[in-house]
Ligand binder design. Structure first.
Ligand code: ASP
Length: 334
C-alpha cells in the first residue's frame, strides 16, 4: 500500500531548509497558518481523546476517566501509564518487566506537556512508577533527564518506595533465556510492549507519556528510544503529538516522533505522517524484516494515525465514549 509513494515522499529537509533560512517571525506565521489549515479541514475527529500503543484498555479507561473529571491531558497520560506500570503480568513495562541480560529490571520513561515541558528517567531501578518520577523531574528539578542511581535517589527523596521489580515469572523467563543467551529483537513481544500514550483534554491541549522496561535481555546500560525526546515521544501543542514502540535503536536513528510531528506541521494527516516515518526506517534499514516499529499520532483537532512495519501492532483508542482495540495497518504485506 502506497509503499513506493511514502518511501519516495519529499523529505522534511526540503521544507525545513526553506523555512530554516527564513526569519523566525515568518516561520512562526507559517506554522500558525498550517495549524489553522489543519483545524479547518472537515473531519469527524473529536476530543477529549486518548490513544495508546498496544491493547491497554485499562490504561486508556483510566486516562479517559481522568479527562472526564475535567483534568488535564498531562494528568490523564500519567495516570493511564501508571496502570500498566503496576500490572505485574505485563512483561514489558514497570513491575514484571523482563530484565537485562544480567537479570536487572531497568526502566525508561518520559512525559511531555502542552507547554513543551519534558521530563524523563533512564535506567531507573527498583521504582514502580517511572512515569511519575519523570513528571517530578519535569516539574520539580531544573533538569530534563535523570539516569540510574541518581534517578533512583531522586525518586526515593520524593517519597517513592523501593520495590523489587523482578517477578517470579520474569525471573523464570530470564533463566530460560540464559540457556542460549541469544540476543535478538523479537518482533511483537507477547503483543504488548512499551506503552506510548497521547491525550487531548477538553481544552484541546495535548500531552504524552511513554514507559517501558526496554528490550528484553538488553545489554546492561542500554537505553532505548522511549525516554528520549523526539524519538519515543514528541508533543507540539500547536500541531499534535506522536509516540513509538518497537526496536528503539531504529526509532532513535530516525528521530521518529519528532519527524511525525514535523510532517504534520507540513500538512500531512497523522496517518500519512506515521507511514512516512515508517518508510524512513525501511529505506535506511535493509534488515527491517527482522524487527518491528509502530507509531501512533494525533493532530490538534483529534484525528489519529497509526502504522507499523509488520502485522501484529494494535492500538487502543478512547474517543466519543468508546474504548476500542484497533489493529494497525502495516508496511510488510509480504
Ligand atoms: N521501544 C522500546 C525500546 O526500544 C521497546 C519496545 O517498545 O518494545 O526500549
Amino acid at each position: 500500500m502506497k509503499r513506493r509513494k511514502f518511501i519516495q515522499n519529499a523529505s522534511l529537509s526540503t521544507f525545513g531548509i526553506a523555512v530554516g533560512s527564513s526569519v523566525f517571525a515568518s516561520e512562526k506565521k507559517l506554522s500558525s497558518i498550517i495549524s489553522e489549515e489543519i483545524k479547518s479541514e472537515n473531519s469527524t475527529a473529536s476530543f477529549p481523546l486518548v490513544i495508546a500503543t498496544w491493547n491497554v484498555n485499562n490504561s486508556t479507561a483510566e486516562a479517559w476517566r481522568v479527562l472526564q473529571e475535567g483534568k488535564s491531558a498531562l494528568d490523564a497520560v500519567e495516570k493511564g501509564c501508571m496502570i500498566e506500570e503496576a500490572n505485574a503480568e505485563g512483561q514489558s513495562v514497570g513491575i514484571g518487566g523482563l530484565p537485562d541480560r544480567d537479570g536487572n529490571v531497568t526502566l525508561d520513561a518520559c512525559i511531555m506537556d502542552s507547554k513543551g515541558n519534558y521530563g524523563a528517567v533512564v535506567y531507573l531501578q527498583n521504582i514502580m512508577h517511572p512515569i511519575s518520577v519523570a513528571r517530578k523531574v519535569m516539574e520539580d528539578t531544573p533538569h530534563v533527564i535523570l539516569a540510574g542511581k541518581g534517578a533512583e535517589q531522586f525518586a526515593i527523596s520524593e517519597g517513592f518506595k523501593p520495590v523489587d521489580l523482578l517477578t517470579d515469572a520474569s525471573k523464570k523467563a530470564w533463566e530460560e533465556w540464559k540457556k542460549t543467551s541469544q540476543y535478538k529483537p523479537i518482533i511483537n513481544i507477547e503483543n504488548h510492549d512499551t506503552i506510548g500514550m497521547l491525550a487531548i483534554d477538553k481544552n484541546g491541549d495535548i500531552s504524552g507519556g511513554c514507559t517501558t522496561s526496554g528490550l528484553a535481555y538488553k545489554m546492561a546500560g542500554r537505553v532505548g528510544d522511549s525516554p528520549i525526546i523526539g524519538s519515543g515521544l514528541f508533543i507540539d501543542n500547536e500541531i499534535g503529538g506522536a509516540t513509538a514502540t518497537g526496536l528503539g535503536e531504529e526509532v532513535l536513528k530516525t528521530v521518529g516522533s519528532f519527524l511525525i510531528v514535523e510532517l504534520m506541521r507540513q500538512g500531512k494527516t497523522p496517518q500519512q505522517a506515521c507511514e512516512e516515518a515508517i518508510g524512513r526506517i525501511i529505506k535506511k534499514s535493509p534488515n527491517f524484516k527482522d524487527f518491528q516499529v509502530g507509531y501512533i499520532a494525533v493532530n490538534k483537532k483529534g484525528e489519529t494515525g497509526y502504522y507499523s512495519i509488520h502485522d501484529g501492532f494494535w492500538v487502543t483508542k478512547y474517543q466519543d465514549g468508546k474504548n476500542e482495540n484497533i489493529p494497525s495497518d502495516f508496511y510488510d504485506k509480504k
